[in-house]
Design a protein around this ligand. Sequence first.
Ligand code: IMP
Ligand code: MG
Length: 183
Amino acid sequence: MQAHEGAHVSQAPRVLFDADTIAARVRELGARISEDYRERDPVLVVTLGGAFVFAADLARAIEQPLRIDFMGAQSYGDAMQSSGVVKITYELARPVEGQDVLLVEDIVETGRTAKTLVQLLKARGARSVDMVALLHKGTPDTLPLPIPYLGFRFEEGFVVGYGLDHAQRHRGLPHIAVLDEPG
Ligand code: IMP
Ligand code: MG
């Protein structure tokens, strides 16, 4: 390999979960959801933008007829985060009242964003709300809400790819990678 190519490769994000591993896990989650929801037709509420790739694969791994809707949420800055206040940046197209909702997140860290969205969907009259998250960063005992459908857990580091971004980059990677030096 030539020197300039080597330099380029060394800056590439390090693979944490490869595409085959993700695909197998998404199939497992889809099979479990299909089983658990065999009496219900859930609506997938997909959080934008990071969860769009995961949701596209998950939707095709679930046997039930699905409704799919989208919601954008942004956490406020640090001072506001402790109260779990999130700003809705993109609104659902249809009401969730009476619906069995699967809230699809790319990554849960403190769980504040997810918990706030679950509470919001319940306050709007959803019959049930279950979390589906591709990733959880941290340790299970720190989570303020259950994640019945979780892809992978890892301890630390900033991850990108398979929909996840850093400053809007890397979303198109087919795998999940760790950015050693985000910036
Ligand atoms: P939480 O409210 O602390 O659970 O934060 C979750 C949100 O932080 C996610 O929806 C992402 O937008 C963002 N986030 C946290 N860690 C990462 C990461 O490693 N890569 C990309 N986004 C992340
Ligand atoms: Mg997010």
